[in-house]
Write a protein that binds this ligand. Structure first.
Ligand SMILES: C[S@@+](CC[C@H](N)C(=O)[O-])C[C@H]1O[C@@H](n2cnc3c(N)ncnc32)[C@H](O)[C@@H]1O
Length: 235
């Protein structure tokens, strides 16, 4: 039976949630941590801010956002995988971050009123959604006027030689690393497929503008293998 993209993605994350954090560090050579740190620096979340973290997974970015917003702020993490949320919830409890709430929902249909959040983030999540423009429109809708949205995601390297090397690593080596470390090949070949199908940073910028965002800034990381798109809603 043919599964939809959404069913496949859901199954992938329900299968790998126990090993997700470990695998993330292995396959990105821990670079994802420095990309997130730099993106947080540009976001400059204020104490007391109301923040939404979409596709929050095991809540790594959610917890950084909670520390920045402080105990007077509030951070809501949304994901549709119960397993990823459960792993995230355990970490949040260990850290005693009472300003965080995790919610199981689909990011294509958010259960929040218009203009609810000061910041909306999505880390390595948009690529997994069945329809990118729908998610971007939802991000825009729930953002307050003057608020900022940020998408950190894998991207396409611009240098053609590096692009070839990267493609070999992604297509052949990474699924084997997945098999070796997480005991799973099929799930890590999804990362390669979804990255190959994802728009490059210029097209993604246009998609943000189409969703209504006023200004879009792009920062590339590691020779274009990842990019952060920051976008603002008019005040
Ligand atoms: C690659 S993980 C990213 C997790 C986390 N943001 C991080 O940076 O480590 C992608 C997450 O998106 C979630 N996801 C994918 N499509 C979704 C959807 N339509 N609605 C809610 N969550 C979704 C998956 O369950 C998974 O936890």
């Amino acid at each position: 039976m043919n599964r939809t993209k959404e069913e496949r993605v859901h199954e992938v994350f329900e299968t790998i949630h126990h090993k997700y954090d470990l695998m993330n560090s292995v396959i990105s050579f821990r670079l994802h941590k420095s990309w997130r740190k730099k993106t947080m620096g540009a976001l400059n979340v204020k104490q007391g801010a109301v923040v939404l973290d979409l596709c929050c997974g095991t809540a790594e970015w959610t917890m950084d956002l909670a520390e920045a917003a402080g105990s007077s702020g509030s951070v809501t993490g949304v994901d549709f995988s119960a397993g990823m949320l459960q792993t995230g919830q355990e970490k949040i409890e260990q850290k005693g971050l009472s300003q965080v709430e995790l919610l199981q929902a689909n990011v294509m249909d958010l259960p929040f009123p218009d203009e609810s959040f000061d910041y909306v983030t999505i880390g390595f999540g948009l690529r997994n959604a069945a329809d990118y423009p729908t998610v971007l429109r939802e991000m825009y809708r729930v953002l307050k006027k003057g608020g900022q949205a940020v998408c950190l995601e894998t991207s396409t390297p611009e240098n053609s030689c590096f692009k070839r090397l990267y493609s070999i690593y992604f297509s052949y080596m990474m699924p084997y690393l997945g098999k070796l470390v997480a005991g799973n090949y099929e799930e890590y070949s999804w990362l390669q497929e979804s990255t190959a199908a994802f728009p490059d940073k210029n097209l993604l910028t246009l998609m943000f503008a189409d969703a209504g965002f006023r200004k879009v800034d792009v920062t590339s990381f590691a020779m274009g293998t990842a990019a952060a798109h920051s976008a603002w809603k008019s005040g």
